[in-house]
Design a binder for this molecule. Structure first.
Ligand code: GLN
Length: 215
C-alpha cells in the first residue's frame, strides 16, 4: 500500500486529503496527516499544502520536522502548493519581516504574495500540460499566491519543466522536475485542492509518485 502524507501543521491539508481519497486508481492509497518525524517516516510521498509559509515553517521547527523534511525532499516526491511551493524554493523575495526559513529542494526563486494581498485574489483558467484532458482548462485559484521569478538550473540536476503558465505572462506557474533521477518535486501556486477537479492530484500520483517507486 502506498502512503501519501500531507503536512498537517497549518493550511489546506484536509482539502488535499479529501480530494486524494476520492480517487483510488489502480494502487491502494493510504493518505495520512503528518505532524511528527515518525509519521513522515511512514510516507512514500508528501504534499505540503497552501496556507502561510512562515507559520508552517515555524510549526515545523517546533515539531522537529525541518531536517527530516529536508532529507525527505532529497529522496522522495514532494508536491508543494502555494505556501508549500514557497517552502520548497531556493530563495524568496519579499519574505516576512525578519526573514523566513525555507526547506529548499527546488531550484527556483519566488516572490511571496507576488500578485498582491488577499483582496487581490483571483481565479484564472489554465492549460496544464500532462494532465488528463489537458485541453480542458484547469481553474487556478490564486490566493496571495507566490510568483515564480526565476528557474535556476543547477548543474547535475534534472531540468525543471514548466507545465503551465498564465496565459498573459511568461511566468511559470506549475513546474515539475523532469527526469526523476532522485525525486520529483512539482509545485504550483493555484490551490488544486480548493477545486473539485482532481486532475492535479492524479498527475502527482501517476507521474511523480508511482514512477519513483520503480527507481
Ligand atoms: N502568501 C502565503 C505565504 O507566504 C501563501 C498563500 C497561500 O498559500 N495561498 O505563505
Amino acid at each position: 500500500e502506498l502512503v501519501i502524507g500531507i503536512l498537517a501543521l497549518q493550511g489546506a491539508f484536509a482539502e488535499h486529503q479529501e480530494i486524494l481519497q476520492k480517487f483510488s486508481g489502480k494502487r491502494k492509497l493510504e493518505v495520512i496527516q503528518v505532524r511528527t518525524p515518525e509519521e513522515l517516516k511512514r510516507c512514500d510521498a508528501l504534499i505540503i499544502p497552501g496556507g502561510e509559509s512562515t507559520t508552517i515553517a515555524l510549526l515545523a521547527k517546533l515539531s522537529g520536522l525541518i531536517e527530516p523534511l529536508r532529507g525527505f525532499i532529497k529522496t522522495k516526491p514532494v508536491w508543494g502548493t502555494c505556501a508549500g511551493a514557497i517552502l520548497l524554493s531556493q530563495a524568496v523575495s519579499n519574505p516576512k519581516k525578519g526573514g523566513q526559513e525555507l526547506l529548499g529542494g527546488v531550484s527556483v526563486k519566488i516572490t511571496r504574495n507576488g500578485w498582491g494581498s488577499q483582496v487581490e485574489s483571483f481565479e484564472a483558467p489554465l492549460e496544464v500540460e500532462g494532465l488528463r484532458d489537458a485541453h480542458m482548462p484547469f481553474t487556478g485559484v490564486f490566493i496571495r499566491a507566490p510568483v515564480v521569478m526565476e528557474l535556476v538550473q543547477m548543474a547535475r540536476e534534472p531540468p525543471i519543466r514548466v507545465i503551465s503558465r498564465l496565459p498573459d505572462s511568461l511566468l511559470p506557474n506549475a513546474t515539475s522536475n523532469e527526469g526523476l533521477t532522485e525525486a520529483s518535486t512539482p509545485f504550483d501556486n493555484v490551490h488544486p485542492e480548493l477545486t473539485d477537479d482532481c486532475r492535479f492530484h492524479e498527475y502527482f500520483v501517476q507521474e511523480c509518485v508511482l514512477p519513483s517507486l520503480a527507481l
